[in-house]
Write a protein that binds this ligand. Sequence first.
Ligand code: ADP
Ligand code: GN1
Ligand code: MG
Length: 351
Amino acid sequence: MTRAEEVLSSYSHVGSITECRPFGNGHINSTFAVTAESGRYILQKINSAVFPRPDYVMENLVAVTEHIRKKAAEEKKDPCRATLTVVNTDGGAAFVRFGDEYWRLCLLIENTEAREKLESAEDMYICARAFGRFLRELGDLPAENLHETIENFHNTPLRFASLERAAKADPCGRAASVKAELEFAAARKDFAETLEKARREGALPLRVTHNDTKLNNILFDTLTGELVAVIDLDTVMPGYSVNDFGDLIRYGATTAPEDEEDLSTVSFDKELYGAAEKGFIDGAAGALTEAEIALLPVGAMMMTLECGVRFLTDYLEGDKYFKISRPDHNLVRCRNQFALLADMERKLNIF
Ligand code: ADP
Ligand code: GN1
Ligand code: MG
């Protein structure tokens, strides 16, 4: 019996299982699509190296999905398509634990797809509006009700400190080969302080944010192309709105995938950026302050810089965090993010 099958034995109420296969393109959790007598499900092993308290992740997930579910019901929408639905075990628990492994089951939202790349500026507008609306929907969920599932997740100065430590310790002997990337990052160390500084000065409110607003964390209806739900809620916790906007830009307003090696194809698409800016502000529907709106381009650059720094740190530390499928995967991703950032700096022209 595989571990997935062993886990599924705690969910006998879903009926007999006919299929369980790896699914999706996430970098963090292990995801399986499960077909059972009663329907289709998503089974996930929560990455406990990334999330030190998977039980906290699950408490947040239940709180956030219940909140969205209530609002969907008020708007006469199907709550099971508006957000994730956690399926409890036969014993009524939200997850199954095997030693230090934590597993959960959710309904598979049918006739949906996650996209790696957008087809049009209109699609970008729709995605950004979804994340803006997500922010507004959770605006009345007290931030103190949620756990911080990864401490200092988007604290860019602390990400820089981790990079510096990794370069100094150099456990895999890779630092000398990434001198140019380390210099690129070092030249932006002051910029990395911008949001934390704005926060200290009271210009940036702390909100309940998604914190991983990649395109493939949104599900679209495969038939109508319409937005269905925002998923991957493990990092929902207090954060900055501009970083939610920024991660979407980093992943979506670029002409190449995040791990494209040919940097001549990586550029920043200003038209997609404009569509996203409009969508995010429309979705948030008045929830963003003037100061937050002014800092949106900083969020875009910050998330691109931070992600490049995280990929580089992981490369130096021996690829322990992000899943890789080739030895230099994290270095390629880092170079890609830095190339994108350099182009953003040219095109956003904000300083
Ligand atoms: P990771 O944290 O590893 O990115 P996700 O929760 O984003 O994990 O899931 C990975 C992928 O699985 C998503 O990009 C999406 O394609 C698919 N997926 C996850 N949950 C569902 C769901 N409830 N219904 C349909 N597809 C899903
Ligand atoms: C991870 O889980 P996934 O693949 O949606 C990561 C994000 C990074 C992203 C880079 C919890 O996202 O922070 O921006 O990879 N998630 C976590 O692709 O670290
Ligand atoms: Mg994901």
